[in-house]
Design a protein around this ligand. Structure first.
Ligand code: PLP
Length: 387
């Protein structure tokens, strides 16, 4: 097959949608204004921010006043976790999370241990699923906060958040979910999920980078992470990213509109890709076979290194990742792959293809053909491979 360019790393960041760009453009060119000022140009900016907030709230079944704009998913996770510890720390010092969280959650949790908090990290099964029974067992009288992600960024597994959050609710413990990989990709409704806090990030669904939001259910009181001029109703200071939030809202609205069609297509392409990739010997799929993001194709190839695979794929015009982008460059295999029980040497051979809605069958076949060739080539060079 002829060389072609295929971007298959949408879970790391997604291309800006046309809808997002069109919504941002006026605020980067002929319009400006600090939404906190009182002249008419500024009032337009305020109006735009509030419309974006209402649209975003609407797409996850929240009220506009429950949406707080942040600088992205990382800030939203940090805020939810650190401020909950601060707010509820007098009631208890125990928090619960899972073994497959993004570093924005796991490192925030870890940072609390130096302040005398104790963290229970729930295990997952071989598909990356947290068991509701394990959560129930881990809850103690001094548990003050639970954070479990909705959809995993490396293997695509979707957690039974409704069930998990229901358990938290029964014990009166605030429940946060990192929904960065889910919002804009699968239906998300905060009431159905029964969550108290939810993080999202614009650049994972076709919006610009550097903007995100934390949903905080009405009545849940956590202090600000950022102090300053009292923006976002006193809970998150800093001049609003007007263009950013407009782009985020437009991207999300569009993603939700096209979701049924896009997901049917992604499922079809993923199935086709899995079928072809699993024909390569000593290869296994990672993540849950059904409860998974439709665009995530995650596999491990025995006897070779994920990083080498990624570099050779790049020379063929394909952008993909091994483990998560944040851990690339380190020699430790992904904590997610270790948590699902893969031995170190197998976890090292991981590849994640996160597909975008515009991917074609030809793209998928090109990926499969290229990977087959790359894996074969690396194995013949591998000291671990005996043929
Ligand atoms: C990308 C990602 C984040 C971080 O979001 P940023 O907006 O890049 O800070 C957090 N959690 C998950 C699951 C992610 O995939």
């Amino acid at each position: 097959m002829q060389k072609r360019f295929v971007y298959a790393d949408n879970a790391a960041t997604s291309p800006l949608s046309k809808e997002a760009f069109d919504a941002m453009k006026p605020w980067l060119t002929e319009k400006w204004g600090n939404p906190s000022s009182i002249y008419s140009a500024a009032r337009d900016a305020r109006k735009a921010v509030e419309m974006a907030r209402a649209d975003i709230a609407d797409s996850i079944g929240a009220k506009p006043e429950e949406i707080y704009f942040t600088s992205g998913g990382t800030e939203a996770d940090n805020w939810a976790i650190k401020s909950s510890a601060k707010a509820f720390g007098k009631k208890g010092r125990h928090l619960i999370t899972s073994a497959i969280e993004h570093h924005a959650v796991s490192s925030s949790m870890e940072s609390l241990t130096s302040e005398g908090f104790e963290i229970t990290v729930l295990p997952v099964d071989k598909y990356g699923m947290v068991s509701p029974a394990d959560l129930e067992k881990a809850i103690r009288p001094d548990t003050i906060f639970i954070s479990i992600m909705l959809a995993n960024n490396e293997i695509g597994t979707i957690q039974p958040i409704e069930e998990l959050a229901e358990i938290a609710k029964k014990h009166n413990i605030p429940f946060h979910t990192d929904a960065v990989q889910a919002v804009g990709h699968i239906p998300v409704n905060v009431d159905e999920l029964k969550v108290d806090m939810l993080s999202m990030s614009s650049h994972k669904f076709g919006g610009p980078q550097g903007v995100g939001a934390l949903y905080i259910r009405k009545g849940v009181r956590i202090p600000p992470l950022m102090h300053g001029g009292g923006h976002e109703r006193g809970r998150r200071s800093g001049t609003e990213n007007v263009a950013g939030v407009c782009g985020m809202a437009a991207a999300l609205k569009h993603a939700v509109e096209i979701m049924p069609e896009a997901n049917a297509h992604l499922k079809h392409i993923s199935d086709r890709l899995f079928d072809k990739l699993l024909q390569i010997p000593y290869t296994q799929a990672t993540g849950h076979p059904e409860k998974r993001l439709p665009g995530t194709v995650s596999v491990v190839f025995n006897y070779i290194e994920g990083e080498s695979i990624i570099l050779l794929l790049d020379s063929k015009g394909i952008s993909a990742s091994s483990g998560s982008a944040c851990t690339s460059g380190s020699l430790d295999p992904s904590h997610v792959l270790l948590a699902i029980g893969l031995p170190h040497e197998v976890a090292h051979g991981s590849v994640r293809l996160s597909l975008g809605k515009d991917i074609t069958e030809e793209d998928a076949d090109y990926i499969a053909e290229s990977l087959t060739e790359v894996v074969d080539r690396l194995r013949t060079m591998s000291p671990l491979w005996k043929g």
